[in-house]
Design a protein around this ligand. Structure first.
Ligand SMILES: [Zn+2]
Length: 308
């Protein structure tokens, strides 16, 4: 089931260290759900509902002893659950002098993401949005790009605000956007509102002769695309451009933050054109247009399918 509350934990996996950053009850660190969800009756009578793991026990002679505190003594019927929880805890303990690490589950081949995208598609919850996911998983685009975009639409990518929520960034001053420094870095700022991103996007729209209004969220932007083109080959081509746009923005953002390279509007726009061209030409052999034609008349290129 697609659990909206679990979106962030879902994208991150814990490597437990000293337990300083992980909330015992509320984070997902044993099993696929938080302990609060797995043991709701115990959670209700626990004290320290927000406490980190490091507060839930003590080191004695190099061995960790769990000590979970209750607001009152447990009833008989609660003790059963407590034994179950103890059995789980017995197999796990913090590691001294090692920091907790949250690893982002966006692995190279995107296998994890592909699986969770499939889960959304097949759940009732995801039904009304299924067309979005189907079009993101375009046959023309590399899997890692679809996987990334799919996560971006759910705000599951490691933007600074998400890293802060997860305790990976602890200094609140560090959640500011690494490109402009003026706003918190979240997906919508990065892919829509930041002024240079916005300029790249305007160039893409002009290139395709589209005039439209600005949206507020990435998902709205993608939903808006539905109305742009009637012909399926043109629409599929525009989807590729949008995916290339998202990917190019993210790559350029990383370049700026990690390698101090320039975040330059014209350069990024060219990358979008080039990536989209390569992806379409690499996978769809029914098209014969060249790079020059693609840059001049993208819509005509996609309308002119080669006869097989
Ligand atoms: Zn910014």
């Amino acid at each position: 089931m697609h659990n909206k509350r679990g979106w962030l934990s879902d994208g991150f996996k814990l490597k437990m260290g000293d337990g300083n950053t992980v909330r015992f009850w509320k984070d997902v660190w044993i099993g696929n759900q938080s302990l609060a969800n797995q043991f709701p009756t115990l959670f209700r009578v626990s004290s320290g509902k927000e406490d980190r793991i490091c507060k839930m026990g003590k080191w004695r002679d190099g061995k960790w002893e769990w000590s979970v505190q209750w607001r009152r003594s447990l009833f008989e019927w609660e003790k059963d659950n407590w034994s179950k929880l103890q059995a789980l805890l017995d197999n796990t303990q913090p590691v001294q002098e090692q920091k907790d690490r949250w690893e982002w589950k966006h692995d190279k081949d995107g296998e994890y993401v592909v699986k969770s995208a499939y889960n959304v598609l097949s759940s009732n919850n995801g039904h009304d949005k299924a067309w979005i996911y189907k079009r993101i998983w375009s046959r023309l685009v590399p899997t890692k790009v679809s996987a990334f975009t799919w996560q971006a639409l759910q705000d599951r990518i490691p933007t600074k605000i998400n890293l802060f929520r997860k305790g990976i960034i602890t200094d609140p001053n560090q959640v500011l956007c690494g490109l402009c420094g003026e706003s918190t870095e979240d997906s919508n700022h990065l892919f829509i509102h930041y002024r240079d991103t916005c300029s790249v996007w305007q160039k893409c729209l002009q290139w395709w002769g589209i005039s439209t209004v600005m949206t507020n969220t990435c998902q709205e932007t993608f939903e808006q695309h539905q109305s742009f083109f009637k012909e399926s080959s043109v629409r599929a081509g525009w989807d590729v451009v949008w995916l290339a746009f998202i990917w190019s923005i993210w790559m350029s953002r990383n370049g700026k933050i990690f390698r101090n390279s320039e975040y330059e509007v014209n350069r990024i726009f060219e990358l979008v054109q080039l990536r989209a061209f390569n992806w379409i030409k690499g996978k769809a052999n029914e098209y014969s247009f060249n790079m020059y034609e693609w840059m001049m008349e993208p819509v005509l290129c996609l309308k002119a399918k080669r006869k097989k």
